[in-house]
Design a protein around this ligand. Structure first.
Ligand SMILES: NC(=O)c1ccc[n+]([C@@H]2O[C@H](COP(=O)([O-])OP(=O)(O)OC[C@H]3O[C@@H](n4cnc5c(N)ncnc54)[C@H](O)[C@@H]3O)[C@@H](O)[C@H]2O)c1
Length: 247
């Protein structure tokens, strides 16, 4: 631990597993006071057992009333890390209106709710850093069978730039991270649920120029940078952490 985030108050969404969990732990190890939120209270309880100093709160990031109630419990937020996201499989022809609405709510509206609730605190304290998780499947690149996922992750980049533009004078930075394929529980589920899991795993790895998946910790390392005062001249950017997929 080098204390790069010493004393910072940080809220993390989707912290029960995967990138959100690894990032909550990385923030904690750098000296931050972390509040980890997720829909799943079981995985949050496991995180809290392992790291009792990480505060955990069950929170559905698509429930605006719950978010507003949660925000009332916070005095100060230096960093908001939005990791919530869901991968729908299919082209536009397999994407029903309910799939469109679900992915839009989980992947984009959740970030609108979280940012809107927490920004007033950042404005009051004249500073803050918001980090939103997008994807390499977004406005940068199209992938087969990622129609609504890519659409919504492109919207995350637009949301990020819009917030960065509106609050740059208030010392509030807003950036996004676009990961390539990263090992996580939901990635493992996607592999297991495919008709041929062995081939599906090979295909995921084959599309990565480095010939391997990323780790959640490799995404967390960039999140620490964006949360820290090392990145005070960086706003509105999207950092690709994708093993070369965007080359
Ligand atoms: N894993 C990858 O390959 C990859 C690649 C690019 C981008 N991403 C993005 O990274 C983020 C994290 O993905 P992951 O694969 O590391 O984790 P994951 O998908 O395994 O876990 C997601 C977590 O989000 C929580 N969650 C789901 N809906 C929620 C809601 N409404 N409110 C609060 N919590 C909710 C789940 O309980 C779970 O703990 C997502 O936004 C995803 O789109 C992942």
């Amino acid at each position: 631990m080098s204390g790069r985030l010493k004393g910072k108050q940080i809220v993390v969404t989707a912290a029960g597993q995967g990138i959100g969990k690894a990032t909550a732990i990385a923030f904690h190890k750098e000296g931050a006071h972390v509040t980890a939120t997720d829909l799943n209270d079981k995985t949050l309880a496991e995180l809290n057992k392992e790291y009792p100093d990480i505060k955990v709160t069950k929170l559905d990031s698509t429930d605006n009333n719950a978010i507003l109630e949660f925000t009332k419990t916070l005095d100060k937020v230096d960093v908001l890390f939005n990791a919530v996201g869901f991968v729908h499989h299919g082209s536009i022809l397999e994407c029903d209106e309910k799939d469109w609405d679900f992915s839009s709510n989980v992947n984009v509206k959740s970030m609108y709710f979280m940012c809107k609730a927490i920004l007033p605190l950042m404005v009051k304290q004249n500073g803050g850093s918001i980090i939103n998780i997008s994807s390499c499947a977004s406005s940068f690149k199209g992938f087969p069978n990622r129609f609504v996922y890519g659409t919504t992750k492109g919207a995350v980049i637009g949301l990020t730039k819009a917030i960065a533009a509106d609050f740059v004078k208030q010392n509030i930075r807003c950036n996004s991270i676009a990961p390539g394929t990263v090992y996580s529980p939901s990635w493992q589920d996607r592999v297991n649920q495919s008709p041929d899991p062995v081939q599906a795993k090979k295909d995921f790895i084959a599309r990565q120029p480095m010939g391997r998946l990323g780790t959640a910790e490799e995404i967390a390392a960039v999140a620490v940078y964006l949360a820290s005062d090392d990145s005070t001249f960086t706003t509105g950017s999207t950092i690709h952490v994708d093993g070369g997929i965007s080359i």
